[in-house]
Design a binder for this molecule. Structure first.
Ligand code: FAD
Length: 342
């Protein structure tokens, strides 16, 4: 059998894309036994699905490219789409400003299960390679699957334990695409000797304002036994390349420092308003929420089709578009999945 459309990836972008295609000859392949594995665990199982404060300044990537899709399907459109399909996220800006969370991430998965009931799923099926003759031959660990049009929605390298893989980049490279440098992002930092005192504060969370390159990030920083994490650090990791950034441990007029913190730093010479640090590295792809970098967006047209290979499309995180912590990455995945068909 030859499918009209094959989608690699039953994640956020692939499911949104499939929900918009009325064609019944569509096959979705995923190595996970169930759809939407990342949606399921995201936002503490409540899926931080988008953000009220939407703008290209929240993303890394080509701003004109990103802007054109956010204009076509923005956070309001996503919320309306969800409401129409019985999912009602609520504003919950406690940790990051403007964030919308669902009552349960299962609501989103159940919604997509209904909206993709016309599709054929090949789950627990890992894509190994792709060949192109007259059609696309998708080579999997369960045999070949053939289709006329291929949509790659396979995400990035993060969380290999739930399906993260390099297959999207491999396919892109095979057809001549440029892969912009990949790095783990939205991830905690490991520290150098000067910051070993962080480890003594493991479990403690404080408000901070971080300056990293030309960005200012505010929010909570969490000390961990390996270094530091928490929302402000995760967003900092998106912008940090190498070298220093500075932390203001007294970001607000009413900021106070916990007793444990004061005790720990009493013998250290620390500038609390401008503490300079250079991370040793980060916790890597096993802990990173996203992969920064990806397939160059210069090489896809305004419908996500490859400019180098006909009937080949890329959507979602596999492209060189990465958002801050706070629902921006799902917004991108859903915007791209929606816009490819609308
Ligand atoms: C722990 C965690 C929490 C997160 N929380 C949030 C959040 O609350 N809000 C937010 O905006 N973003 C969050 N993110 C980021 C967000 O999940 C991703 O950016 C988004 O899911 C990307 O969508 P995608 O469709 O491009 O890829 P994915 O959703 O990753 O889907 C890709 C799919 O392709 C499949 N696949 C990959 N390789 C193969 C292969 N070789 N063969 C077959 N199938 C394959 C994978 O199994 C996967 O199901 C979180 C990420 C993680 C890891």
């Amino acid at each position: 059998m030859i499918y009209d459309i094959i989608i690699i990836g039953a994640g956020a972008s692939g499911l949104m894309c499939a929900s918009q295609i009325k064609n019944k000859s569509i096959c979705i392949i995923d190595s996970n036994p169930k759809i939407g594995a990342k949606i399921k665990i995201s936002g503490g199982a409540k899926c931080n699905i988008t953000n009220k404060i939407m703008g290209i300044d929240k993303f890394l990537g080509d701003s004109n490219f990103i802007k054109s899709y956010l204009e076509r399907f923005n956070e309001k459109d996503l919320l309306e789409f969800l409401n129409t399909n019985g999912v009602y996220p609520n504003l919950n800006p406690k940790i990051v400003k403007g964030t919308y969370f669902c009552n349960s991430s299962s609501d989103v998965i159940n919604m997509f299960t209904k909206l993709t009931s016309h599709c054929k799923f090949r789950l627990s099926t890992k894509v190994l390679d792709v060949e192109y003759g007259d059609n696309y031959i998708i080579q999997t660990d369960k045999g070949d699957i053939e289709g006329k049009k291929l949509i790659v929605a396979s995400g990035g390298l993060s969380y290999a334990s739930i399906g993260g893989s390099d297959i999207g980049f491999k396919i892109a490279e095979k057809f001549g695409h440029t892969i912009n440098r990949l790095d783990p992002a939205l991830v905690g930092f490991t520290v150098q000797k000067d910051q070993f005192w962080f480890k003594e504060l493991s479990g403690l969370s404080v408000d901070v304002k971080i300056k990293v390159l030309d960005k200012t990030v505010v929010g909570k920083m969490l000390f961990t036994h390996k270094g530091c994490s928490g929302p402000a650090i995760l967003t900092t990791s998106l912008y940090w390349k190498k070298g220093n950034f500075s932390i203001d441990f007294l970001p607000n007029k009413d900021s106070y420092l916990p007793k444990r913190f004061k005790q720990q730093i009493k013998d250290l010479d620390i500038d609390l308003r401008n503490y300079i640090m250079a991370p040793a590295g980060n916790f890597g792809y096993t802990k990173a929420e996203v992969t920064k970098g990806g397939i160059s967006t210069k090489e896809v047209n305004n419908n996500f089709e490859s400019k180098l290979q006909k009937n080949l499309y890329f959507i979602g995180e596999v492209l060189d578009v990465t958002g801050e912590l706070g629902g921006y990455n799902f917004q991108w995945a859903f915007s791209s999945g929606y816009c490819i068909n609308n």
